[in-house]
Design a protein around this ligand. Structure first.
Ligand code: FRU
Length: 519
């Protein structure tokens, strides 16, 4: 086997310090400074400390992207849920804000959404100073423990200072429980078709659509999905939005439903349906199950309300309920995916979801010329880069059978396989580092790629300490996964598994600096 080494020295500075230095939990002391702990992502959002799950209340208002999230400030496992809060001007650097919502007499604060009530339909603000309204599920633990079924209700809270401080609505809950055990995760958006608010709610095995003039009084309008889509687990975290075809002007609606368990690679995953929405009812004649991301670690993702140019921006929770509470981190647990822009494209007559990293990444490494790398049949080349563990890797795949592996001095190995014969890509993290904290973590994860072009396929990979996000053909196929290597990966091994010479055009490794300050 012939090994040729390419040294790529590409430097890029994205850094700016936004987080302040005081840990939330002053009782525990740590050897490593905040944000420099082992496995800590450096350009993905993570809470300073403790447990995080779903993104909540994604809303843009007055120049800020708000990110609320399921948060338990006292431990690194799931517990009484709060809404943590952070903001960003650019979807890259995040500023931590005080906790927005705390559990109260109605229960824990489960997932939900946020809107800005510009027309003051609720009367909670004014036209001059509209209220930001959070709509969420209350989960009453006492009810669950007592074996009842009515412990999830929907509540609202509002902020008159752009999300800094919050008041619970006095008459909560605004939707009581009709006797459904899993009745949660309200996504509310302004509906141009009805000139009113629409709420999506999941009810165990199906979606319910509700409408309201004022965010307070709600009526149920329709249901979807009892006999459609994947049903391997409970339906959670819905979202619904439209795309307009630039040439035909036709409108198509996309429904997101997260399910847990029942994802194609085990545990949690997010399916999507393409269909029509008349303002009150969603219908879809899609027969095959479709998935937003084929990797194991992108769950409960939803999109922003009120984005300035109508862009459909998505953030997911980069974990999986299979092992989310066991991952080997100590001070915090779990990260968000990179924010992604969604679009719908026609692929051989099938409307297909594309997700690409948010535009902030468009220019990263643009000024760097990549190298064309040719690899003889059955051979591999190795590229060394000290920055690999925190980098973006780009090249154009010629469609031949190949794998690329990230390797470190301890021979820990994270591999991505592109297999045109079986029309699949896969991620193998079975020897990637720490893997024994849960039995399923070692499983190889597989995604179909049969609908990709045969050649000239762009590949972009983001590696950030403990996560890999692979985007094929501009986001037509995406896989996201966590890993926990114990030494940084510093070799990229590209293996040609085919019977002919392969050429990977424009290979480049762009280091990405930390977005967090040195606390
Ligand atoms: C999804 C989910 C939601 C729920 C929240 C609780 O991960 O189970 O359905 O609202 O997490 O933290």
């Amino acid at each position: 086997m012939r090994n040729s080494a390419i040294f790529l020295f590409l430097f890029l500075v994205l850094g700016s310090c936004k987080n302040s230095s005081k840990p939330l939990d002053s009782m525990t002391t740590y050897d490593t400074p905040l944000y420099q702990e082992p496995h800590r992502p450096q350009y993905h959002f993570t809470p300073k400390e403790k447990w995080m799950n779903d993104p909540n209340g994604l809303v843009y208002y007055k120049g800020l992207y708000h990110l609320f999230y399921q948060y338990y400030p006292e431990d690194i496992v799931w517990g009484p849920m709060h809404w943590g809060h952070a903001t960003s001007t650019d979807l890259l650097h995040w500023e931590h804000k005080p906790i927005a919502l705390f559990p109260d007499q109605h229960g824990y604060i489960f997932s939900g959404s946020a809107v800005v009530d510009f027309e003051n339909t609720s009367g909670l603000g004014t036209i001059e100073n509209p209220a930001m309204v959070a709509i969420f599920t209350y989960h009453l633990m006492e009810g669950e423990k007592a074996g009842k079924t009515d412990y999830q209700t929907q509540g609202i809270a509002y902020s008159l200072d752009g999300g800094d401080s919050w008041e619970m609505y006095q008459e909560n809950p605004v939707i009581g429980n009709p006797g459904i055990k899993d009745f949660r995760d309200p996504k509310v958006f302004w509906n141009e078709k009805t000139n009113a608010w629409t709420m999506l709610l999941v009810a165990g095995d199906h979606l319910q659509i509700w409408g309201s003039e004022n965010l307070i009084d709600w009526n149920k309008q329709s249901e979807f999905g009892k006999n459609q889509g994947a049903h391997g687990g409970v339906w959670e975290c819905p979202d619904l939005f439209s795309f307009t075809d630039e040439t035909s002007g036709a409108e198509k609606w996309v429904l997101f439903i997260s399910i847990n368990p029942g994802a194609p690679n085990g545990g949690s995953g997010t399916q999507y349906f393409v269909g029509d929405f008349d303002g009150k009812t969603f219908t879809s004649d899609q027969e095959e199950d479709q998935w937003v991301d084929w990797g194991t670690d992108n769950y409960a993702g939803v999109t922003y309300n009120h984005t300035p140019d109508g862009a459909r921006l998505f953030i997911g929770w980069m974990s999986n309920w299979l092992y989310a509470q066991n991952t080997p981190t100590e001070r915090w647990r779990s990260a968000m995916t990179l924010p992604r822009t969604l679009s719908l494209k026609d692929i051989e007559g099938v409307p297909t979801l594309f997700s690409t990293p948010a535009p902030v990444w468009d220019n990263i490494g643009k000024d760097q010329k990549g190298k064309d790398v040719s690899v003889p049949a059955g051979q591999s080349i190795v590229t060394y880069s000290e920055d690999l563990n925190q980098s973006k890797i780009d090249f154009v795949w010629d469609g031949s059978a190949m794998s690329f592996s990230f390797v470190n001095q301890k021979q820990e190995l994270l591999s991505v396989h592109l297999d045109p014969e079986n029309q699949q890509m896969s991620i193998d993290r079975s020897a990637s580092g720490l893997v024994d904290f849960q039995e399923d973590f070692k499983n190889i994860q597989i995604g179909p790629i049969g609908d990709l072009p045969n050649t000239e396929i762009s590949v972009s990979i983001f590696l950030d300490q403990s996560s890999i996000e692979v985007f094929l053909n501009g986001g037509q196929k995406v896989m996201t996964a966590q890993f926990f290597n114990t030494n940084p990966y510093n070799q990229l091994k590209i293996e040609n598994k085919g019977t002919e010479k392969a050429v990977f055009k424009g290979l480049k490794i762009t280091p990405i600096h930390s977005i967090w300050g040195q606390d």
